[in-house]
Design a protein around this ligand. Structure first.
Ligand SMILES: *Cc1c(COP(=O)(O)O)cnc(C)c1O
Length: 384
């Protein structure tokens, strides 16, 4: 075993160190100008993020959850409506649907890619279905073409949950611009993250853009004139000024994540782990590097003893969460999601991860497997 290292799951301070002077200048600039609410940097960040995605419009909001909720509300989705999403996502996807008064309808995942399964979506459609939310989970684009075909056939709105996939491409297009609307979280740990909560929505639909601008700001464009009963869900100018600095690095950071993933994949190719599978249609951005193993608990503790932090995304599928008991599901309803939830493990992943750190993680995994192998061999004669 090489010398002991401590490898965090994500290292936000390592990233900050690479951009500190620019971030500090941006913060100082905003403090000086003091246009804290819907200031100039909010407009500029919206323009730059829209350009980055090649979308016509972008609307800054206070979180990814708000981005999803306001996107649905912009299309009048509410009580009595159903919105189809997937059981293997972060709970915010489902909660955003519930906040509008609509009902989340869950589907099982594709067994290989772990993305939304279009066949399951089609089967879940009822006369009440209004929208579909595919999630570009772990930074891997969902297979959008069949989803868009189903949506067109049934007259449904598609809101992409791109919270884990800023900059990823599906058949050459940035995710978030394939459906009617794309919702992004800008939570600190995401591929593009603020220094606090933030989110943004992109669209090419000018009516939806107008509606989302009203919804985030008390239904108002002209101060003290309120067209609808909107909310206070604005993106802070301070966060926007930081995000403008970080956006300039996003393509490079995503390229580093892909290189890191490539190195994990090379070093682990002979291990017994199931490694991430990426559809040929996709250019992923590896928000997470998720492997599968039946010995997950043992591997997690083994790595933890060696200073390596791993996390499970997510241990309990939405349909098994107490918060969603009202949906009336039981174990067995989504077998792919349930089986994966028992086996998935996310290895440390961030742009600044060094090849030395990746090597250390891979070595630890290989050592774990050979120690397990010895144990099995020792046990066998006893069992015979
Ligand atoms: C992070 C995340 C969200 C929620 O974003 P917040 O900014 O934390 O509100 C929604 N969906 C997915 C898939 C996420 O990863």
């Amino acid at each position: 075993m090489d010398k002991h290292m401590n490898i965090p799951f994500v290292d936000l301070s390592a990233q900050y160190a690479t951009i500190a002077p620019d971030v500090e200048a941006a913060i100082a600039g905003t403090l000086k100008k003091s246009d804290f609410i819907l200031g100039q940097n909010v407009n500029l960040f919206e323009e730059e993020f829209a350009d980055f995605c090649n979308a016509q419009y972008a609307v800054g909001v206070d979180s990814g959850t708000s981005a999803l909720e306001l996107a649905l509300r912009a299309y009048d989705i509410g009580p009595g409506d159903e919105v189809i999403t997937q059981a293997n996502t972060f709970i915010a996807t489902a909660l955003a649907i519930s906040y509008t008064g609509a009902t989340p309808v869950l589907t099982d995942a594709d067994p290989i890619t772990f993305m939304m399964d279009p066949e399951q979506v089609e089967r879940a459609i009822t006369p009440r279905t209004k929208a579909i939310i595919p999630v570009h989970l772990y930074g891997h684009p969902a297979d959008m073409d069949p989803i868009m075909e189903i949506a067109e056939k049934h007259g449904l709105i598609v809101v992409e949950d791109a919270s884990q996939a800023h900059g990823a491409r599906y058949k050459g297009k940035r995710v978030g611009t394939i459906g009617h609307v794309g919702a992004f979280s800008l939570y600190p740990g995401k591929n593009l993250g603020a220094y606090g909560d933030a989110g943004i929505i992109v669209t090419n639909d000018s009516a939806a853009d107008k509606q989302m601008r009203l919804l985030r700001n008390w239904g108002s464009v002209v101060k003290y004139h309120h067209e609808i009963q909107g909310f206070n869900r604005r993106l802070d100018t301070l966060q926007a000024s930081i995000l403008r600095v970080k956006l300039q690095h996003l393509d490079d950071w995503n390229a580093s994540r892909r290189r890191n993933a490539q190195l994990y994949t090379e070093l682990l190719s002979k291990s017994n782990l199931v490694l991430p599978t990426v559809g040929t249609y996709a250019e992923p951005v590896f928000h997470l590097y998720v492997v599968r193993t039946e010995a997950r608990q043992q591997l997690m503790s083994y790595l933890s003893e060696r200073g390596i932090t791993t996390i499970i995304h997510y241990p309990l599928p939405i349909h098994m969460q107490p918060a969603y008991a009202e949906l009336g599901h039981k174990m067995g309803d989504f077998p792919v999601t349930e089986a994966h939830a028992q086996q998935i493990l996310s290895l440390p992943m961030f742009a600044e991860l060094t090849s030395e750190q990746i090597q250390y993680v891979a070595n630890a995994i290989c050592e774990f497997e050979s120690e397990m192998q010895v144990e099995v061999e020792l046990l066998e004669p006893v069992a015979a």
